[in-house]
Design a protein around this ligand. Structure first.
Ligand code: AMP
Length: 216
């Protein structure tokens, strides 16, 4: 099944995407994860996108679309896009690519969450610098403060540079201005499912899986 996961930063896209990819047997592709990895490996792509990512600005549509279509081409099979598309231009470029490739989006899932909750969650978010495991000081704190719980890891937890307050405000503004219009765009295509992202992560996953089952 080919899926798109939409939602504000902090709405739980990463967590849901990982869980859903396993449940519906599709490959998770997160543009944010791709960019962070390229930045940490200091590749050409990493150096092109670093200043956008660290300041919460969007990477130019053309560049991000090239990255995604190249990865989708290499992948071949079903996919779950997390963090892409983020603008109408990206959505239209994706449509054009899929049409050429003879593929389609089966469902768009929108994780809806109030802005107050988004800010609260993002400021509490931490991740392990060694294995990437996600934590949240409010909902999923580590057993030993500041360190990863995972066996054989114990890496130091850190806050993402772009989760600092000023950058969070910028990312939310970008979401409101550029990404929210996508919700109407996909509603028009009648394949949008709006999931309440305020509950427990496992319950949200179940609600989405049940919905996908209904249309599969
Ligand atoms: P995320 O982890 O999805 O919040 O993405 C982190 C950062 O990567 C964003 O704030 C942007 O700078 C960049 N980014 C990720 N996906 C996109 C996209 N589809 N279009 C433009 N920039 C993106």
């Amino acid at each position: 099944m080919n899926l798109i996961l939409l939602g504000a930063p902090g709405s739980g896209k990463g967590t849901q995407a990982k869980a859903l990819a396993q449940r519906v047997k599709t490959t998770h592709l997160s543009t944010g994860d791709v960019f962070r990895e390229e930045i940490s490996k200091q590749t050409d792509l990493g150096s092109k996108v670093a200043s956008y990512v660290s300041t919460g600005k969007l990477v130019p549509d053309k560049l991000v679309t090239e990255v995604v279509t190249a990865r989708l081409g290499a992948l071949g099979g079903p996919f779950l896009l997390d963090g892409f598309p983020r603008t109408l231009e990206q959505a239209q470029a994706l449509d054009a690519y899929l049409q050429k490739a003879g593929k389609k989006i089966d469902r768009v899932i929108y994780l809806s969450l109030s802005e107050a909750e988004v800010v609260k969650r993002l400021s509490a978010r931490r991740n392990c610098g060694s294995c990437g495991e996600l934590y949240n000081m409010l909902t999923k704190p580590p057993k030993r403060p500041g360190y990863c719980d995972k066996e054989k890891c114990g890496g130091k937890l850190a806050q993402r540079e772009d989760d600092k307050e000023e950058t969070v405000k910028k990312r939310l503004m970008v979401f409101r201005d550029l990404t929210e219009p996508l919700i109407s765009f996909y509603k028009l295509h009648e394949n949008l499912f709006e999931a309440d992202a305020a509950g427990a992560p496992a319950a949200i996953t179940e609600a989405i899986v049940a919905e996908l089952g209904a249309v599969a």
